[in-house]
Design a protein. Structure first.
Length: 126
C-alpha cells in the first residue's frame, strides 16, 4: 500500500490536476478573494457553534492557502515547515529571555508576551 502524501502536498497535487484542465483562478488576486471568502465562512462557522462545520471551513481555508502557494510557485509543505521552525526558534528565545529574568511566561500578560515576541522578532536572524 502506498504511503499517504502529507495533506498540503496532496492539496497542491489536486490543485495542479484541476489547473491542467483549466479549473483554476487566472491570477493570485482571485486566490486572495477566495481566501477572504473562506475566512468569512470560518467566522460564520464559529458563530454557528458547530465544531464539525468549523473544521470543514478551516480545511477549506487551508486548501485555498495551498492554492495560493501553488500560484506563487512555493511548496506549501516547505513553507509551513519553515514558518513552524521560525516560530519555534523565536518562542524558544522568548522562553530563554523569561528564564534569564527569573520570570514565568505563564504569569505574563498577553501584552507583555507580545512585546517580548516583537523584540525577539526584531533581534533574531531568520
Amino acid at each position: 500500500m502506498p504511503k499517504a502524501l502529507p495533506a498540503l502536498t496532496r492539496a497542491e497535487k489536486i490543485g495542479n490536476r484541476a489547473a491542467r484542465v483549466g479549473f483554476d483562478w487566472p491570477d493570485t488576486s482571485d486566490v486572495f478573494r477566495k481566501i477572504d471568502e473562506e475566512i468569512g465562512e470560518v467566522h460564520g462557522a464559529i458563530s454557528s457553534g458547530d465544531a464539525e462545520q468549523v473544521a470543514d471551513e478551516v480545511g477549506d481555508l487551508l486548501f485555498a492557502v495551498t492554492n495560493l502557494a501553488r500560484h506563487l510557485g512555493t511548496d506549501p509543505e516547505v513553507s509551513l515547515r519553515r514558518a513552524t521552525a521560525k516560530f519555534d526558534r523565536r518562542f524558544r528565545e522568548m522562553e530563554k529571555n523569561y528564564a534569564d529574568e527569573g520570570r514565568k511566561m505563564a504569569e505574563a500578560s498577553l501584552e507583555e508576551l507580545e512585546l517580548c515576541w516583537q523584540t525577539v522578532k526584531k533581534n533574531t536572524v531568520l
